[in-house]
Design a protein around this ligand. Structure first.
Ligand code: ADP
Ligand code: MG
Length: 486
């Protein structure tokens, strides 16, 4: 995807690296037994450790380690058998310990890659630099009281994975594709639910610009805490234009941390960029290094589900689907599973169309997820069978589907109950055709001049049969009985 910013002095390209924070799906926190459940009363999911009380010791949550390694494997990444936790020291009211427990020198996961599925059907690989585990901070609530700030520590200590990309993302659109793909993989793996509205997936975008053809990277700014796909795209786009304008006006970009103001659609300076040494990182003396065995990693690898990239290629090869249809179907595991049950032993392209158009349309209109679909995949499959057998036409099938979407139910039973069975019987259709021809000489005449005039007769037969006439049979009867245009 080529993306260029036209400035007054020439063309510019942008360079983006993303740091994504993904909340690890675990029942308890990274170093304490407190619950990670969302939406609890403030300060009810807080262990003494999370509150920073002296004398408490952290105990590493084995499940969080397993989830991080699984995620690394899903990103085709190097798993580091030895990793360490360090203290990242800074003061903030929602960080009672006075430091964040994070990984720095030796993260649990090293280099990997993520494949973007481009709109033209192609792909682009973006390097993953690292993935490390860290504890989240609490939340400062500024808007509950007029002139006081409240602190909720429920989130404090919840396990996060920070997933850092190489500066290889070249447009706001690619940044969104990256976020979407990462979210899909995390959800397939079950290691993060990807819920951006709850803040369970959010990202910092590092943005710089350079003149087209320039090889060295420009000075970057980091935009913090983008919590929706739309904001990711808008913030990057705005920030890149700001930098181009600044440089073209003779200024220079200052490396800093910026905030995205979604109401104004612009980024604002927050603080000058802190360097790693400002945080006085050092290994946390309360925690032993994490030592994994290759056997442990191999076992997790063996239990990985089929991932979206593999599934996408398989859907294209086995079912003959286009890259676009395959992308749409594999984006959610539940959708891919639904499709496969529907398509098995049937016309797969037809099944894909029904899932992507009819089912998705129905779900969007009723505000349901695919898991809540009133039509089970086996029932949609049975509906496709009725079309394939000629029991109903594709058009009538839409009416049957609409009925199934209201009350569920078996399509064959709905067809019988509503008398929707297709009329494929010549002896039933022929008299209707004959009568129409007899009663409408003028229309018959126009068929002599215009081959399209036959459509009027088709419409009339459909009307007379309530849409149930077999369209192929009607076409054959009319072709045999009506005069042809010269
Ligand atoms: P930190 O933000 O903690 O200083 P890094 O220096 O490792 O960490 O960079 C973090 C992110 O910034 C990475 O995603 C990296 O790809 C991205 N990045 C680094 N340099 C640039 C640049 N010049 N332009 C855009 N992104 C960059
Ligand atoms: Mg950073």
């Amino acid at each position: 995807m080529s993306y260029r910013i036209a400035g007054g002095t020439g063309e510019w390209e942008i360079v983006v690296g993303l740091e994504v924070h993904a909340q690890v799906t675990t029942a308890s926190k990274l170093f304490s037994g407190a619950s990670t459940a969302f939406g609890g009363e403030p300060n009810t999911h807080v262990a003494l450790l999370d509150a920073g009380l002296p004398g408490m010791l952290p105990v590493l949550n084995a499940r969080a380690v397993e989830q991080a390694v699984t995620t690394g494997l899903g990103l085709d990444a190097q798993i580091n058998l030895l990793s360490t936790f360090e203290r990242k020291n800074y003061f903030y009211p929602d960080l009672p310990l006075g430091y964040q427990i994070s990984q720095y020198q030796e993260p649990i996961v090293g280099r990997g890659a993520l494949l973007l599925d481009l709109p033209d059907g192609g792909t682009k690989s973006v390097g993953i630099t690292r993935l490390h585990l860290e504890a989240d901070a609490g939340k400062s609530l500024h808007d509950r009281l007029a002139d006081e700030t409240l602190i909720d520590l429920n989130r404090c200590g919840v396990a996060l994975m920070e997933i850092v990309s190489e500066p290889e993302i070249a447009s706001p659109e690619e940044a969104v594709l990256y976020m979407r793909k990462l979210r899909t993989i995390l959800r397939y793996l079950g290691t993060c639910d990807g819920d951006m509205e709850k803040g369970n997936l959010r990202c910092d975008a590092n943005v710089s610009v350079r003149r087209v053809g320039e090889r060295t990277l420009g000075t970057r700014c980091e935009i913090k805490n983008l919590n929706s796909m739309r904001f990711v795209a808008r913030a990057i786009d705005h920030e890149a234009r700001r930098q181009v304008d600044l440089i073209e006006a003779g200024g220079a970009v200052v490396q800093e941390t910026r905030l995205f103001d979604s109401e104004r659609g612009e980024t604002r300076s927050m603080r000058s960029k802190e360097e790693a040494h400002d945080y006085r990182y050092f290994p946390d003396p309360d925690l032993l290094p994490v030592q994994l065995t290759q056997d442990y990693v191999d076992r997790l690898k063996a239990s990985l589900p089929e991932l979206p990239d593999t599934k996408r290629l398989r859907f294209m090869a086995d079912y003959g689907l286009s890259a676009q249809d395959a992308d749409a179907l594999v984006a959610e595991r539940a959708t891919a599973d639904y499709f496969e049950v529907t398509a098995k032993g049937r016309d797969a392209k037809l099944a894909a169309n029904w899932v992507l158009n009819d089912l998705f349309g129905q779900l969007a209109a009723s505000g349901r997820t695919i898991e809540q679909s009133p039509v089970a995949p086996a029932q949609l499959g049975a509906l496709l069978d009725l079309i394939a057998e000629g029991t109903i036409s594709g058009k009538i099938a839409r009416d049957v589907f609409a009925a199934m979407a209201v009350d569920g139910g078996d399509p064959a039973a709905i067809v019988e109950a509503k008398g929707l069975r297709q009329v494929s019987d010549t002896s039933a259709l022929e008299p209707i055709v004959d009568r129409l021809i007899e009663d409408n000489p003028a229309q018959v005449e126009s068929c002599r001049k215009n081959p399209k005039a036959i459509g009027w007769f088709t419409g009339q037969v459909m009307k007379a049969t309530g849409g149930k006439a077999n369209p192929q049979l009607v076409g054959r009867l009319l072709a045999a009985k009506l005069p042809r245009a010269e």
